[in-house]
Design a protein around this ligand. Structure first.
Ligand SMILES: Cc1ncc(COP(=O)(O)O)c(C=O)c1O
Length: 228
């Protein structure tokens, strides 16, 4: 794939990427429309994962471009400490209407990584305020990915994340992962692995339910990487 004209690739490091390999064989996405990316030579590439699951409505949707433009004209940025703005309240109300009953308070952040770290902090604070400050254990799952900040890395079940960075959250027991070769190509409910839904009981038996602050699991495992 062409690197595009006049691009010096030495300054910008890509995350989760062997950068020397990338520079040897750069894969540049120059533009996107609908469900396709286009390389600098204009060749289409199917976007089979909606960006990184973030462009589910498709690329370059005119109505989205216009809505973003209108908002930039109206109010491009506003601080969120001691100040509110109409779209933030509107989106929170809309989300509360979609989410299951009881999940009706929204705390807006900038990324999944920030959401995970915020959830960790909220869980710790909640238990402390409720007089259960001993609840400091976070349970995660083997192979899990929970973002790039220290909290998310602490919950990670990916070996290279744990090897280098996981020490920031002490003692994170891991549920067994749910990647079973025999479940590949399953339609509907898989035949195998039902017992993995009960794996939390194994961890409770070892650590005590009263010490657990929260359990983090991806409902659908996204990365499922061994990280090797
Ligand atoms: C389960 C899970 N947690 C956290 C994240 C991190 O989100 P972000 O890349 O927006 O920081 C991801 C991203 O893929 C994810 O799948």
């Amino acid at each position: 794939m062409s690197n595009g004209p006049d691009l010096d690739l030495s300054f910008n490091w890509l995350p989760f990427t062997p950068n020397r390999d990338f520079r040897r064989e750069p894969k540049i996405l120059a533009r996107a429309k609908g469900m396709f990316y286009y390389d600098p030579l204009g060749r289409p590439i199917i976007d089979g994962s909606s960006g990184l699951f973030a462009v589910a409505a498709g690329h370059g949707r005119e109505e989205i471009t216009q809505a973003v433009g209108r908002q930039l004209d109206e109010l491009d940025f506003a601080p969120s400490f001691y100040r509110g703005n109409p779209p933030a309240f509107l989106v929170a109300e809309k989300l509360a209407g979609i989410l299951p009953a009881g999940l009706d308070r929204v705390f807006l952040v900038n990324s999944g990584s920030e959401a995970v770290d915020t959830a960790i902090k909220m869980a710790l604070l909640y238990h402390r305020v409720c007089g259960e400050a001993q609840r400091t254990l976070f349970v995660s799952r083997e192979r899990a990915y929970h973002g790039v900040n220290f909290g998310g890395l602490g919950l990670s079940g990916i070996v290279n994340n744990r090897r280098h960075f996981a020490s920031q959250l002490p003692n994170v027991p891991l549920l067994r992962h749910t990647w079973l070769a025999e479940n590949r190509f399953t339609r509907g409910l898989p035949q195998h692995g039902g017992e993995l839904a009960d794996d939390l009981l194994r961890i409770i038996a070892t650590h005590g339910a009263e010490n657990i602050a929260a359990v983090f699991v991806e409902p659908i495992a996204g990365s499922n990487s061994t990280g090797r």
